[in-house]
Design a protein around this ligand. Sequence first.
Ligand code: NAD
Length: 276
Amino acid sequence: MTVSIFDTVELHNGVKIPAFGLGVYKVEDGQQIEETIQTALDLGYRLIDTASFYQNEEGVGRAIRNSSIPREELFITTKVWNSEQGYENTLKAFDESMDRLGLDYLDLYLVHWPVKGKYLDTWRALEQLYREGRVKAIGVSNFKIHHLQDLLSHGKEKPVINQVELHPLLSQVELRNFCQEHDIKVEAWSPLSRGRFLDEPVLGKIAQHHAKTPAQVILKWHLQNQIIPIPKSVTPSRLKENAELFDFKLDQREMEEINGLNKDQRFGADPDHIDF
Ligand code: NAD
């Protein structure tokens, strides 16, 4: 049970990741990202999820250096983009990301999407970076069960995390069960589905009962399912709202009501059909 914003979850290699974090897709590099991260760190966020694709790694690095929080208390994730995949390309992409971030080590490096014909070579590069100690943990994103099975049978290291689109309309139960069996933690991207169904009456009723907002109810549902949510916002009041999750608990009936909203509905790309 997650009881505070400072709680962590242990990955299968012993590294601890915060149970909750901040996503920064579409946060502009420069002043916007620096102010957003500063506000988030003041509120207790410690996990920052970026990617080379987001083009804001430099701002993430500056925000970290400007903060008084010791580096080891922060958990920084970035990802290798699709056009950067393959063994040599990934090693190069990692160096470029680290230069932009200005960090000595990374906490978590992810394969952003399972690019057909490339992701196994990309994974070998991540294994190399992990062995060299340049990254504390390696994982994947947008992997379906068959991609994970392929990686488990061909790779030397097992991914610590699979970061996937996950929210009450796409609850990914089968994938979550597979990951649990293999001790791979699940991280949720678009955990709020970008606010698309916050007016759903079931959420409204539960939110009202706890004097919380629908967004807080969804994020709590993630935490109680042992899923690590990384909601994005640049609005200080929402950053605060999204972090105020530790003074209430959803009961079994409420969890089931939210489970019942699932429609296997993706808003992002299907990992088997990516054209980018
Ligand atoms: P999200 O579900 O976090 O939604 C963010 C949007 O929801 C905000 O822009 C805002 O419009 C709204 N919102 C946030 N808090 C709110 C609140 N309290 N009340 C009302 N509305 C609120 O979606 P996301 O940004 O797509 O996902 C989060 C993070 O996941 C990203 O920033 C990124 O780090 C990561 N991500 C990863 C992948 C991947 O392929 N691995 C893909 C997309 C996103």
